[in-house]
Design a protein around this ligand. Structure first.
Ligand code: HPA
Length: 276
């Protein structure tokens, strides 16, 4: 794996002059952040050695290098999900590569189903913690000591300073933001009513099909993470209705401007504080 990371890193460095400060996984809800990136180079995943190829509708699948208000970033436009058939090592390979390229923070977004009765469709939830209910862990197998420890600490999976900054930014901009725990299941099925109830009973606030593997791998490498989720449907007793991927995308689209604004402000703040 180390060799593959180096090979992919070398390839990408031959295509771009950007040294990215932050890596961003443009999941559902951050689609339009890509329009805010002054793009220097965009490379389709299919052209990148050792990258898997994205298949899901709504994810175009390219790695974008550029700047947002002069802050150098690398952004994944489209991510890899376990339900697509990739191993978790494959799903998280791009995170390894972005770290090798020098990113100091990782921002992620996703869509999820809310199981907290206080949540409303369209809410943004700052992820404070997660529960991995996938039948695997991306770190299973021989540990690569050069990348991180065998038994990584998970006491603060989502960086507290980044979270506090997001809360401040939301409040300064009159954006309602929920906070809570994200549970991940493999999908591709949405949950049954009994499964939503189970998710709620075990202590989560939302459920989705992504993000957790990427955060585990990032934490393995001691990379600080910030993730936000758009509540696109509710798995709450009495509020469960039929949902579709299209509806999820539609709700997420409506919440995009708020999430995009938060990310832009956060980027500017941390870049200013880390480059003084
Ligand atoms: N469950 C799982 N994933 C999801 C959901 C959900 O209800 N909504 C959006 N992504």
């Amino acid at each position: 794996m180390l060799q593959k990371i180096q090979e992919t890193k070398a390839f990408l460095e031959s295509k771009t002059n950007i040294s990215p400060f932050v890596g961003i996984v443009l999941g559902t809800g951050l689609g339009n952040l890509s329009t805010e990136i002054e793009i220097e180079t965009a490379i389709p995943y299919t052209d990148i050695p050792n990258f898997p190829v994205s298949t899901v509708e709504g994810h175009s699948g390219q790695l974008v290098f550029g700047t947002i208000n002069d802050v150098p970033v690398v952004a994944m436009q489209g991510r890899f999900h376990y339900y697509e058939g990739y191993s978790l090592q494959e799903c998280t390979f791009p995170i390894r590569v972005m770290k090798a390229l020098g990113i100091t923070n990782l921002f992620l977004s996703n869509a999820s189903g809310g199981v907290n009765a206080d949540f409303e469709i369209g809410d943004i939830m700052l992820i404070t913690d997660h529960i991995n209910l996938l039948p695997d862990n991306p770190l299973r197998g021989k540990n690569i000591d050069e990348l991180g420890p065998r038994f990584p600490d998970m006491s603060e999976p989502y960086d507290i300073d980044l979270r506090n900054q997001v809360i401040n930014i939301a409040s300064e901009n009159n954006i309602k933001i929920q906070q809570g725990i994200y549970a991940v299941l493999s999908g591709p099925t949405f949950e049954t009513p009994a499964e939503y109830k189970y998710i709620q009973i075990i202590g989560a606030d939302t459920v989705g099909m992504s993000t957790v593997p990427e955060v585990i791998v990032a934490r393995h490498m001691n990379l600080p993470c910030m993730a936000m989720s758009i509540i696109t449907d509710l798995g709450v007793d009495g509020k469960i209705v039929e949902i579709s991927h299209e509806e999820v995308q539609e709700v997420a689209k409506a919440a995009e401007p708020k999430m995009t604004l938060i990310i832009k402000k956060l980027l500017a703040k941390i870049y200013a504080s880390e480059t003084v």
